[in-house]
Design a protein around this ligand. Structure first.
Ligand SMILES: O=c1[nH]cnc2c1ncn2[C@@H]1O[C@H](CO)[C@@H](O)[C@H]1O
Length: 469
């Protein structure tokens, strides 16, 4: 067993780049030891502006990072765009529930009032009525992210932060599920990652009904087709971009009978769109949801019926050792999961750890998400540090960067590199993580080879830039 990336042999140029990178890294860490100001040991919300000043961070932004394999459909695009672009489009309406939660809907004419919300008000009219539009837009932005300067005061436990997290998904859903916005959202998702030097994404998607101005609704198939079309358009204008795949996802709060139906839908979609739909996952707050064991009848359907449906389960996003939820990691592996979403609790389960090692099943580590949603106050103490030290298979992803006030993948790479990896993580670690993201993707072998070639060309250029600056 060797530290993640440890076995990699570097070229002379890479050694040179590594030396420069490590000089910068160690200087930043030494400075932090003196001043006790070290972003990974602080909450991301408070550390973000410090991270942006880091030279290491700027190198990580330039670095070709390969693929982002753990992302959620509506948590990707920076919220600023939703506020300043989407809510300014014509026919956008707003209403407030009795608890003061905002909902949005594009419609013409103005939709009828539902019993769950106040009267729909055209946002254009609403903005004319508010005293200060900038202040109003800022308040929207505040409502669309979890960002606060006092996370330890506001988010006293995981239920509190999860409740606000789910509210945000609910609030922005009406904006994103409007067909013209949906297309733009998918396009921009790729654009923000492309600009952050990521060339391929696998997105957990709920495929909730997308609607038109008339109120007409589209089904899951329409959404998958739209993902496919928009990705094609993006690839045409960004030639080195590889593309996206969808992991159809449903909510783990639902009954087993409902999930059984989703499994059948997923199999149907995968048959119809084999190059777009990679498989199935269960998402939502793991601790308050049902266990994988509870869903066994539904999850065994593909095996029983001789169908094929790869799984990509979220598992082990829990701190409650020994509960039925804590067993999800074991069940995910028994159900042949392709990768483990988070796997935060993996190091507590030696048998599962050994098995995932043996079968080469990686965990998808999302440092900032774990800090915000799992309240890991200091990322140096992330359980994955132990797994990095032994070279356990893993990829880094950003989960829902938009909700956390992040963007793309670089912030999570920074936290993984500086915080979780500590002083020892170097260019080898980074190279391994980038190559892992290609290797553990669900692309075909030939596609992986093409991707690897494109990545390598960009990597060599990156190395030359870092080595000679
Ligand atoms: O880190 C996560 N763990 C589990 N579920 C998540 C996470 N991030 C987002 N979602 C879930 O994905 C759906 C949007 O597609 C949301 O319902 C949200 O609960």
């Amino acid at each position: 067993m060797m530290r993640l990336g440890g076995p990699l042999v570097l070229t002379t140029k890479e050694e040179q780049a590594n030396e420069r990178l490590m000089t910068l890294k160690i200087a930043e860490m030494k400075e932090a030891m003196k001043t006790l100001i070290f972003p990974p040991s602080m909450h991301f919300f408070q550390a973000k502006h410090l991270i942006e000043r880091s030279q290491v961070f700027n190198i990580l932004k330039m670095m070709p990072k390969g693929a982002a394999l753990h992302l959620h459909d509506t948590g990707i695009v920076t919220m600023d765009w939703l506020v300043r672009n989407v809510t300014y489009r014509p026919h956008c309406h707003i209403c407030f529930t009795s608890k003061g939660i905002m909902q949005f809907r594009f419609a013409h004419p103005t939709p009828r009032t539902s019993e769950k919300c106040s009267k729909w008000i055209l946002l254009e009219d609403y903005r004319k009525r508010v005293q200060n539009v900038t202040e109003f837009d800022d308040s929207l932005l505040r409502n669309f992210t979890l960002v606060t300067q006092h996370p330890e005061v506001i988010y006293t436990n995981q239920n509190v932060v999860w409740s606000k997290f789910q509210t945000i998904f609910f609030t922005i859903s009406g904006l994103i599920r409007y067909a013209p916005v949906f297309r733009d959202y998918v396009f921009r998702s790729m654009q923000e990652f492309y600009e952050d030097n990521v060339l391929y994404m696998e997105i957990r998607a709920r495929l909730l009904p997308v609607y038109e101005l008339s109120g007409e609704h589209h089904d899951e198939e329409w959404s998958v087709k739209t993902y496919q079309e928009v990705a094609q358009k993006f690839v045409e204008t960004h030639p080195e971009f590889i593309g996206i795949k969808i992991i159809y996802s449903d909510d783990r709060s639902k009954d087993v009978t409902v999930i059984a139906e989703s499994i059948r839908t997923a199999m149907g979609l995968r048959t119809k769109f084999p190059t777009v739909v990679a498989g199935f996952d269960l998402v939502g707050h793991e601790d308050t949801g049902h266990s994988l064991h509870y869903y066994k009848e539904a999850l065994m359907i593909p095996a029983r019926d001789g169908g094929k449906l790869p799984y990509f389960f979220h598992a082990g996003e829990t701190d409650w050792q020994g509960t039925s939820i804590d067993k999800n990691i074991l069940d995910a592996l028994m159900l042949n999961t392709t990768r483990i979403g988070h796997g935060f609790a993996l190091s507590k389960h030696p048998a599962a750890r050994a098995y995932s090692w043996e079968k080469d099943i990686p965990i998808e580590v999302c440092p900032i998400s774990n800090q915000v949603l799992k309240l890991v106050s200091d990322l140096r103490n992330h359980p994955v540090a132990a797994l990095m030290a032994i070279g356990h298979p893993m990829v880094i992803s950003s989960d829902d960067p938009a909700m956390f006030g992040a963007k793309g993948l670089s912030y999570d790479f920074y936290e993984a590199f500086m915080g979780i990896g500590g002083m020892k993580a170097d260019l080898r670690t980074l190279k391994q993580l980038a190559m892992n993201s290609i290797r553990y993707s669900t692309l075909l072998e030939t596609e992986k080879n093409t991707f690897m070639e494109i990545w390598k060309k960009r990597w060599d250029k990156f190395i030359a830039d870092v080595a000679t600056k």
